[in-house]
Design a protein around this ligand. Structure first.
Ligand SMILES: *Cc1c(COP(=O)(O)O)cnc(C)c1O
Length: 368
């Protein structure tokens, strides 16, 4: 029995009728391309804003674009610095570089692997304009601390919620603390489309209207190009799929938590380290990341026994080739550098069965 890392087919089978109906209505209406005239887009934007209780949701083509569009809307560019965590998917720092600004990397906490908010103040310079906290793996960052520092130095906070749809800090949904938030609906995310899609959320009318313009050729109305924008629209099919799937998000996150709980009970914590939920956080386990001193051997062992795993991420962001010119070394990010050698993401998705969790746990426990 092979156990995949994620099983999108299993999830599709549980909601097949609703998805197929939703997709065929989009086909009937030929409502393919996003924009204010597309009722599927309007519906999803309204559904997601009700879910988060935020004023504006602006759909766009993917999560990377949502970060880039937000940075542009806030006027962040040349000579500006933006603080980002040393462990994340590259979109978080890439969007800053693409905006013409400089990503300033902050090391992570050894237990949660989240950005170490206690180091924020020492990285702030007169050029610092924004902070992008990432709720990595679905584990919420201490947003109260981030907002305190941000208000002291008048910084913009853009939450990167690509891995944390439905996660909460102190009972409040992530994506509702900062000035704006970015979401990805890449198929494997906790809320995933059937292709690339993303969204920006904010309570600010001004930022919302700028983001709408930027993402749709500078227009708020057809053929009225107020600025030069770009084409970053969500497709109608994805919006229709997302409206169906959003109804299941909380239930799926509960199932992920149940699987995480079973792993935690069954895995022999003497051999590996279990994920640490941030204090006051409600984790949504986009990924279940264990740590082992023999990570590469363990990965190979699981693979040989039919269990697919992954590493998120093999290197701290500042040490990837894209940032070679900056000349960072592992000792600049001691915690991230050490942890990236140990982390291993094991299968985690709502439909993972109790038998699968048991088999994976037994294999890991039997690894010598
Ligand atoms: C997936 C992801 C993104 C980017 O989303 P895309 O939709 O793939 O462009 C950004 N940040 C983080 C932390 C991610 O995991």
């Amino acid at each position: 029995m092979k156990i995949p890392f994620v099983d999108l087919q299993a999830q599709y089978q549980t909601i097949k009728k609703d998805i197929d109906d939703a997709m065929s209505s989009v086909m009937k209406d030929t409502a393919f391309v996003g924009g204010s005239g597309n009722k599927y887009i309007r519906q999803f934007e309204s559904d997601f804003s009700a879910y988060l209780n935020v004023k504006h949701v602006i759909s766009c083509a993917n999560g990377t674009d949502s970060l880039e569009i937000l940075l542009e809307a806030y006027g962040i560019g040349k000579n500006d610095e933006v603080i980002v965590p040393a462990i994340s998917w590259i979109s978080t720092s890439e969007s800053v570089g693409r905006a013409g600004a400089k990503p300033v990397f902050i090391d992570v906490c050894a237990d949660t692997l989240l950005m170490d908010v206690d180091q924020l103040e020492k990285l702030i310079t007169p050029n610092t304009k924004a902070i992008i906290p990432v709720h990595l793996y679905g584990n919420p960052v201490n947003m109260e601390k981030v907002m305190l520092v941000a208000s002291k130095y008048k910084l913009v906070v853009i939450e990167d919620c690509a891995q944390s749809h439905g996660a909460r800090y102190n009972g409040k949904l992530v994506g509702t603390f900062g000035h704006a938030a970015s979401f990805s609906f890449y198929p494997g995310k906790n809320l995933g489309a059937y292709g690339d899609a993303g969204a920006i959320t904010t309570d600010s009318d001004d930022i919302a209207s700028k983001c709408r313009m930027i993402s749709n050729h500078g227009q708020l109305q057809k053929h009225t190009h107020l600025i030069e924008g770009r084409n970053s629209r969500m497709d109608g099919l994805h919006a229709a799929v997302l409206s169906v799937k959003l109804k299941h998000l909380d239930k799926w996150n509960t199932a992920r938590n149940k699987n995480a709980e079973s792993y935690s009970v069954q895995l022999n914590a003497g051999k590996i380290e279990l994920p640490v939920v941030n204090e006051n956080g409600k984790h949504v386990f986009h990924l279940f990341v264990i740590r082992s001193d023999k990570r590469d051997e363990l990965k190979k062992y699981l693979e040989l026994n039919g269990v697919e795993t992954a590493v998120h991420y093999p290197q701290p962001l500042p040490l990837v080739d894209a940032y070679r010119e900056a000349g960072y070394s592992a000792s600049d990010f001691p915690v991230a550098s050490q942890q990236c050698r140990k982390i291993l993401s094991i299968p985690m998705f709502p439909e993972l069965s109790a038998e699968q969790v048991q088999k994976i746990s037994e294999l890991i426990n039997s690894f010598k």
